[in-house]
Design a protein. Structure first.
Length: 441
């Protein structure tokens, strides 16, 4: 009897309610990673095509999350699907020895990444930044890494220091972002405020002889580097025997085909890639100077300086084939002009809607990265982000989700190469309604 009632109740539920009941029992917080959404906007997606996604109840969304930036060609781009399908049929995975596609992609990456004399494969962006730090330590014989407050370089223990601090200051001491982190991670990671060369110089003057590398995002979340900032870091690094690592996991092949290095005209010693490199699959890389990357040459295993690198999925041929297809599409004329123009129009016209409704926010963008922030002017560092009205930001973003836009509340978002005029029109209509609801509450 009770069983029949439970069955009848389940039949009345939507597909997403049914799946969330399962997710609630099987997954922590019924979520993925560190994202959990309020119950009334929890979504379970089933598929995507181009710039749109659908949930399991058939609702359609314009996708501005874009697989956290990996899907620069939108969902299921025919060239990427074809390349991945053909490669799965040839062999989904090969370990230990090279495969032909991984070699072809390596040649392409060395040719197209400005700082790349060589590349080394990894699997995720986090793995790439962890290896870059290890290589920098091995190369310089120094232990400490300087990172910036509020910068995200992935999920490993050396990356999650002062990434989400609730208070700024007390430089260069970092704050552990997670329980379970060894104390060694906070004592070897030094923290500076973003876009502040004077503060970096001060820390380097004091600790330079222990600093192996400065790692930096060229656009820190949504904060653009000041034009002179990256060049200034290059100079400080050169003067103090410190390596400059630009984390291009987001900006690589996105700000421009040459990534942040071309956009800002700066030459790092190492750069880390993921997301677009990987095409949404398990592949990332470290690119840069051959004399540094050669430290992981397996022929030197057991010798002085050899730096350990290994991973089951390194050079995965399906992700490599998909990435090659993606790079072919991205290098077609007009791709970046379209993306950047769409982001310009989107932000200019969104700003007009916000202003019309007297919503005190700015539509902030660099290239195809954008976000609506509740502040008056472009942020310069993490302190500016903390000083902004984040509750209001999340409230508006939540309304946008209810209006058919996939944005994660409070998180930076992406334009893709396949966004259309209709997307723009629907986005602005959704924003108009969201602002009206926002002002009523
Ligand atoms: C700048 C940056 N670096 C590293 C990472 C980590 O990449 P992954 O999530 O693939 O490990 C991310 C992920 O968002 C990122 O934005």
């Amino acid at each position: 009897m009770a069983q029949n009632q439970a069955k009848a109740e389940r039949a009345l539920q939507s597909n997403s309610q049914r799946l969330f009941e399962i997710a609630d029992t099987a997954l922590p917080g019924a979520g993925l990673g560190s994202y959990s959404l309020a119950r009334d906007i929890r979504l379970i997606y089933s598929h995507g095509k181009g710039s749109r996604m659908w949930d399991v109840d058939g609702n359609e969304y314009i996708d501005y999350v874009g697989g956290a930036g990996a899907l620069i060609l939108g969902h299921s781009h025919p060239a990427v699907v074809k390349a991945a399908q053909e490669q799965i049929a040839r062999g989904a995975h090969m370990f230990g020895s090279l495969n032909d596609v991984a070699v072809t992609l390596a040649e392409r990456l060395v040719q197209d990444i400005p700082c790349a004399e060589k590349i080394a494969y990894a699997t995720t962006g986090s793995e790439a930044t962890a290896y870059a730090m290890r290589l920098a330590r091995a190369y310089t014989g120094k232990e400490k890494i300087l990172k910036f407050e509020g910068a995200y370089h992935g999920n490993h223990d050396y990356a999650i220091v002062s990434t989400f601090p609730k208070q700024t200051g007390d430089y260069p001491h970092g704050i552990a972002d997670s329980f379970g982190q060894p104390a060694a991670t906070t004592s070897t990671i030094l923290i500076a405020p973003y876009n502040d060369l004077e503060a970096v110089e001060k820390i380097v003057n004091e600790h330079g002889r222990d600093i192996a590398a400065i790692i930096v995002e060229a656009v820190q979340r949504i904060i653009p580097a000041r034009p002179e900032f990256l060049q200034g870091l290059r100079k400080i690094c050169d003067q103090n025997d410190i390596l400059l690592v630009i984390d291009e996991v987001v900006t690589g092949f996105r700000l421009s085909y040459g990534g942040a290095q071309t956009w800002y005209d700066v030459n790092p010693d190492l750069a880390t890639y993921g997301k677009v490199v990987g095409a949404g699959g398990p592949l990332s890389c470290i690119a840069g100077r051959a004399d540094i990357i050669d430290l992981c040459d397996p022929n030197y295993k057991g010798q002085d300086g050899y730096t350990y690198f290994n991973g089951t999925l390194h050079g995965n041929p399906v992700a490599a084939a998909a990435t090659l297809a993606m790079l072919n599409e991205l290098s077609k004329p007009g791709t970046y002009d379209h993306m950047n123009q769409y982001a310009d129009d989107l932000c200019n016209e969104s700003q007009a809607v916000l202003d019309r409704h007297s919503v005190p926010a700015i539509a902030q963008k660099t290239g195809s990265l954008w976000q609506i922030l509740f502040m008056e002017k472009t942020p310069v560092n993490h302190a500016d982000i903390l000083a902004s009205d984040q509750v209001a930001m999340r409230r508006l973003d939540t309304e946008l989700m209810k209006q058919g836009q996939y944005v994660l509340p409070g998180v930076r978002r992406f334009v893709s190469a396949v966004n259309t005029d209709k997307d723009l029109e629907d986005t602005l209509k959704g924003l108009d309604t969201a602002c009206r609801v926002f002002n009523k509450k």
